[in-house]
Ligand binder design. Structure first.
Ligand code: NI
Length: 141
């Protein structure tokens, strides 16, 4: 009998960003975005959890080889984000406000097809911006 299992790979990246709305005053930006509105940028140590779901292969016992999952995440996401400025340096974040929510959605879109190609489905993106704040995205609307 085939049973669905959820498998998670953790990766990390460090990146700079700023949350800022041009039409607002510095005070309103600070009131809305807090320290993330610092005009001269700041950084976060992000923790990224990518969860896939699949049925374990009868021979390997794996849903997906975690080396393959790590390779996908690194080539499509980490290499593009790590030690970069999320507002300026990242092709797949162009025109997107660099909130944790938006970055999580963009990461999903970067890796979903490659995970499907391995016979699994992407289940969740969990992205920690700080120890205490994280977002989850499960795809769709
Ligand atoms: Ni921030």
């Amino acid at each position: 009998m085939s049973k669905t299992v959820y498998v998670t790979r953790k990766e990390r990246f460090n990146a700079a960003h700023k949350l800022w709305h041009e039409e607002w005053s510095e005070q309103k930006n600070f009131d809305t975005f807090g320290k993330c509105s610092n005009p001269n940028w700041h950084g976060h140590n992000y923790d990224l959890f990518v969860t896939i779901k699949g049925v374990p292969d009868p021979i390997t016992g794996f849903c997906m080889d975690l080396k393959d999952l790590s390779k996908i995440i690194n080539s499509k996401v980490i290499d593009k984000l790590d030690h970069k400025n999320l507002n300026m340096d990242v092709d797949f974040l162009e025109g997107i406000k660099s909130s944790t929510e938006n970055v999580a959605i963009a990461i999903w879109e970067q890796i979903e097809q490659d995970i499907n190609a391995c016979g699994c489905q992407l289940h969740a993106i969990k992205l920690y911006e700080t120890e205490n704040n994280f977002v989850e995205y499960y795809g769709g609307k």
